[in-house]
Design a protein around this ligand. Structure first.
Ligand code: AMP
Ligand code: ZN
Ligand code: FE
Ligand code: FE
Length: 258
């Protein structure tokens, strides 16, 4: 068994890289990839834990890219120290911090005073909206994270703020430049028609895309079949992962949806 899509406390997961690897071992997995949002800060710890628990750990990342269409691009096998990767991830870290301040300003305008310190206290690494949502819940502003997104910080909600992103082509190019393997994450969540998705995949192949995540807990059997066929027709790799986040998404366990 393997799982190629896992979040840790380095982004918005609730288990540390070591805990995740230990859980994978307990489930009998032989290989996992750590794919935190816009950061590889959890990779070194996970690889150490991998040696300890005898689980193969692939370094990875999940980059939010795209301008009008937000696309999650998985990257596998790069060194976190590669200069192209380091520069890209540092830029994304700054973009996340900057967006947090804009969301906090928007919330302040609505009479909701949360502070950057409260959000940062919850985040070990990449600052995400889930961290802001948890602060809103702690303040009693929203009953749960889902409501916090719907009412305040989700796309189109009252305090939403856009984050500066690179194009998907640029992200693919950077991953390839660092010797990594770029893979489209959960293509079924793009909400495109099959014709649109096919055209988009063709365009990304020209930019150097190497694989499609076909197996994902949010994919229907139809979209899974579609993506597998799309991969086969283009000679792309087929991958799968749970998108495990720990307690943030209690219904999704390690290795599910494969
Ligand atoms: P960010 O990368 O900081 O923009 O946050 C995106 C993350 O927020 C996603 O990976 C989800 O885990 C979470 N998220 C996005 N929309 C929602 C929602 N409506 N309810 C709960 N969590 C969400
Ligand atoms: Zn996440
Ligand atoms: Fe994603
Ligand atoms: Fe993910």
């Amino acid at each position: 068994m393997l799982d190629l899509h896992i979040h840790t406390t380095a982004s918005d997961g609730t288990y540390t890289p070591t805990q995740v690897v230990r859980m994978a071992k307990e489930k009998g997995f032989t290989l996992v990839a750590i794919t935190d949002h816009d950061t590889m800060d959890g990779v070194a710890e996970a690889m150490e834990a991998g040696k300890q628990y005898n689980v193969e750990v692939i370094p990875g990342v999940e980059i939010s890219s795209g301008v009008s269409l937000v696309v999650h691009m998985l990257g596998y096998g790069m060194s976190p120290q590669h200069p192209v990767i380091k520069a890209m991830l540092e830029d994304m870290r700054l973009a996340r911090v900057e967006r947090m301040y804009r969301i906090i300003d928007n919330l302040k305008a609505l009479g909701i005073p949360i502070t950057a310190q409260e959000v940062e206290a919850l985040a070990d690494g990449a600052i995400g909206r889930p961290h802001i949502a948890r602060v809103l819940v702690a303040h009693g502003v929203a009953p749960d994270v889902r409501t916090a997104f719907r009412e305040y910080i989700g796309l189109g909600a009252k305090a939403y703020a856009e984050r500066r992103k690179m194009t998907s082509e640029e992200v693919i190019g950077n991953i390839r430049a660092a010797g990594g393997v770029p893979v489209l994450a959960h293509g079924g969540l793009l909400r495109l028609t099959e014709v649109e998705l096919s055209a988009w995949i063709d365009a990304m192949c020209k930019a150097g895309l190497m694989g499609l995540e076909c197996y994902h807990n949010a994919h229907t059997p139809e979209i899974e079949r579609f993506l597998r066929r799309a991969a086969k027709e283009r000679g792309l790799l087929v991958t799968g992962g749970s998108d495990f986040h720990g307690e943030t998404r209690k219904d999704v366990d390690l290795g599910t949806g494969l």
